[in-house]
Ligand binder design. Structure first.
Ligand SMILES: NC(=O)C1=CN([C@@H]2O[C@H](COP(=O)(O)OP(=O)(O)OC[C@H]3O[C@@H](n4cnc5c(N)ncnc54)[C@H](OP(=O)(O)O)[C@@H]3O)[C@@H](O)[C@H]2O)C=CC1
Ligand SMILES: O=C1OC[C@@H](O)[C@H](O)[C@H]1O
Length: 394
């Protein structure tokens, strides 16, 4: 059987660009995926072509891969099938529009844009150009997430009416980040909500919205603690999902912050950071919400089922390693970003223009919720990054 080849261009060469591109290297067969293959054929850095060249070497790209010193050159490369955008949130709208205008398929890092109108404009452009567009919320594509969603739709938990989800990491911003850092800087659309809170919202949505045949957008009330720069350092949201065919009203409690930790001792002692609750029991997911590897099913009938979900990889002997680091990721195992890459390949192979596990409509509803949360708490980013104007000088 001939395999579908997906040729990637990487736009930006920062931290996550490197992690993602490294995850494209192992043979997909090591995770049981037999019909697609990934190749990094180009990378672009806004700093210099030399930086892009160094990046290509670090991620084990082929010698023939092209290094560009500008994003504009990358989108003109006819050999590139799809572009992965890995710039700060502030730049996603401009960068994605650049790619779409050039007729490229796009996988764009979270948060998709700074606001919902920008995302609507991207969706319109992708339709006009008849290209694929997807938000890189990698967690959605993990086998663990599929298992959780399947457990809900199987009815095992009974009607599910509540999800608690937290992604908080103790990194007091004044001790952790310079004022210019993307985690706190308003010019880069910093703050907990768009960077971390989106994962808490992802768990609320993929359990209470994605699992429904006739999902309806929720209402939200929220509160926010601000950092000295005006961006949020802690945000708490209460979402109400209207009744659907399968269940009555449902509530999602999504919290995020940089001062407290979901897992203070790094051992899970504090308990799960996600609890999905139905009439017959609940399913728990343990920290970190962006890359969990452990679940527990607890049912009223006494069932307790613990499962481990290590990320597959080519093994130590391949000499390959990846990841944010830390003891929790043994060398030779993958980071897990390949699952979303595989979904891009499958979509393009099948002629789909959006992802299977998070539609563009759902990404838009989540963006609208985050807009509303910011509005309720008076958090505005500078006009230059919230604008719909394209091109704009950032
Ligand atoms: N899925 C996940 O687990 C993760 C996702 N992310 C997401 O990825 C994106 C990037 O995050 P991360 O890689 O940590 O960020 P970095 O700061 O490490 O990298 C961002 C890169 O964007 C490019 N860039 C272009 N313009 C600017 C600018 N004005 N300021 C800073 N950088 C600029 C630079 O690359 P160059 O010079 O080559 O152009 C830079 O290296 C964000 O959307 C974030 O939310 C981040 C971490 C984990
Ligand atoms: O997406 C992310 O996941 C991991 C976090 O450490 C990072 O800040 C965030 O961007």
């Amino acid at each position: 059987m001939s395999k579908f080849q997906l040729k990637w261009g990487i736009l930006a060469t920062g931290g996550i660009a490197e992690t993602f591109a490294r995850d494209l290297w192992p043979n997909p067969e090591c995770r049981g995926v037999k019909d697609v293959e990934h190749t990094v054929v180009a990378a672009a850095s806004s700093s210099s072509a030399d930086r892009a060249q160094k990046f290509l070497k670090e991620v084990r790209a082929a010698e023939s891969a092209k290094a560009y010193g500008s994003y504009k050159e990358l989108v003109q490369d006819p050999n590139v099938d799809i572009i992965y955008i890995a710039t700060p949130h502030s730049h996603h709208y401009q960068n994605a529009m650049l790619c779409l205008e050039a007729g490229k398929n796009v996988l764009c890092e979270k948060a998709f844009t700074t606001n919902a109108p920008q995302l609507e404009a991207l969706i319109k452009k992708a339709k006009e150009k008849n290209v694929f567009l997807m938000e890189a919320v990698w967690t959605r594509y993990f086998p663990l997430s599929i298992y959780v969603r399947d457990t809900i739709t199987s009815g095992k938990l009974g009607p599910v009416s509540r999800t608690f989800a937290d992604l908080s990491m103790s990194m007091p911003p004044e001790k952790t980040f310079d004022d210019s850092h993307r985690m706190v800087n308003p010019d880069l659309a910093g703050g907990a909500l768009l960077d971390l809170g989106i994962y808490a919202l992802t768990w609320v949505f993929q359990t209470l919205y994605t699992t429904q045949k006739d999902p309806k957008a929720p209402s939200v009330i929220s509160t926010m603690r601000k950092y000295k720069l005006g961006t949020d350092e802690q945000t708490s949201m209460l979402l109400t999902f209207p009744p659907t065919e399968a269940r009555g009203e449902a509530h999602g409690i999504a919290t995020t912050g940089m001062r407290t930790a979901a897992d203070p001792d790094g051992k899970g002692t504090a308990g799960p950071s996600i609890r999905v609750q139905g009439e017959e029991g609940e399913i728990q997911v343990f920290h970190p919400a962006f890359r969990p590897t452990r679940t527990r099913l607890v049912l009223k009938d006494g069932t307790v089922e613990d499962k481990e979900w290590p990320q597959p990889g080519p093994g130590k002997e391949s000499g390959w390693k990846n990841g944010f680091g830390g003891d929790w990721q043994p060398e030779g195992e993958g980071q897990g970003m390949f699952w979303e890459a595989d979904e891009c390949a499958h979509a393009l192979k099948e002629g789909r223009k959006e992802g299977k596990y998070e539609s563009l409509q759902e990404s838009l509803v989540i963006m609208q919720v985050m807009d509303e949360v910011r509005k309720q708490n008076g958090l505005k980013y500078p006009e230059k990054i919230e604008t719909l104007d394209y091109p704009a000088n950032l």
